[in-house]
Design a binder for this molecule. Structure first.
Ligand SMILES: [Zn+2]
Length: 284
């Protein structure tokens, strides 16, 4: 499922070259003039973001993710925590108190259903229940403003998107890359209910992360990454949905460097949607 290394090298080279060229420096300076989107209204590229919007999702809100979320937050990088509400506060998962604290700190909480069932195996009523029970749980536990959905196993269909729209949710995310040569979301065909994302699995190394981030930064896209279990070291007893804190640290180091260069921001879904809409309105 990894992007081919040839693609990595190609985009990595372009990004590195671009980062060193004075022309890009001018673009960044202009971007600074307009606080919201940084677009030159006279330019032909009205539908391109001024800088890449990277999003970090922590799927399942497991207890081991706390260390990774703290690492991101210490570096001014918010995380979207996709919580399975029926498991919050049970062994192996974050607590409600932790979720509330993370939300106060600027992280976004997303609905990952109440029980992590395969939604496509459920009838219509079951689908509605899985989503709305979780929504009720958030309200009851003092987590407000949840509007992002993450379907378990990345499985969803049009009926699920209809349910989300009816309850005023504003986004839905895929589970992994469908198109290895085009894993990110550009403004022109950005679909908030089919957001593409890259899973950081056990075979992903720091060099892969660096190449992905540089590729994303060069293309000025919405670039979501998913972390699953985040452990001090890989656990052979678990499946591939795990990574290490040192890989997370590499992600942070590379993202911080691209942020300093004015090429990339780390944001939550809500902010990415606002920015894409702003750019689209300018382009209209
Ligand atoms: Zn999950």
């Amino acid at each position: 499922m990894k992007i081919t290394r040839r693609d990595f090298m190609r985009f990595s080279l372009i990004a590195s070259l671009a980062a060193g060229l004075p022309i890009l420096g001018r673009e960044v300076a202009e971007a600074g003039d307009s606080p919201k989107c940084g677009l030159d209204v006279n330019s032909m590229k009205k539908d391109v973001l001024d800088r890449t919007q990277a999003i970090i999702y922590a799927d399942d809100a497991t207890a081991d993710q706390a260390a990774a979320i703290d690492m991101f937050n210490r570096n001014g990088m918010p995380v979207v925590i996709a919580a399975i509400t029926g498991r919050i506060g049970t062994p192996g998962y974050l607590t409600w108190e932790q979720l509330r604290r993370y939300q106060l700190r600027g992280n976004e909480i997303a609905n990952h259903t109440d029980n992590h069932e395969h939604l496509l195996d459920l009838d219509q009523e079951g689908k509605v229940n899985a989503i709305t029970t979780a929504r009720g749980d958030f309200k009851m536990k003092g987590i407000t403003g949840v509007s992002a959905f993450v379907p378990p196993y990345g499985e969803y269909d049009d009926s699920i998107i209809d349910i989300l729209e009816k309850i005023d949710y504003t986004s839905n995310r895929q589970a992994s890359i469908d198109d290895e040569n085009n894993p990110f979301n550009n403004v022109v065909d950005f679909d908030p209910f089919n957001i593409k994302a890259i899973s950081i699995k056990s075979d992903i190394e720091p060099s892969d992360i660096n190449n992905w981030l540089r590729w994303a930064a060069a293309d000025k896209v919405v670039a979501p990454f998913i972390i699953h279990k985040a452990l001090p070291k890989l656990d052979k007893k678990l499946d591939e949905y795990q990574t290490t804190l040192s890989v997370i640290q590499s992600f942070i180091t590379c993202a911080a460097s691209l942020r300093r260069s004015g090429l990339l921001d780390i944001v939550v879904v809500r902010d990415a949607l606002a920015k894409v809409n702003y750019c689209r309105n300018l382009a209209a």
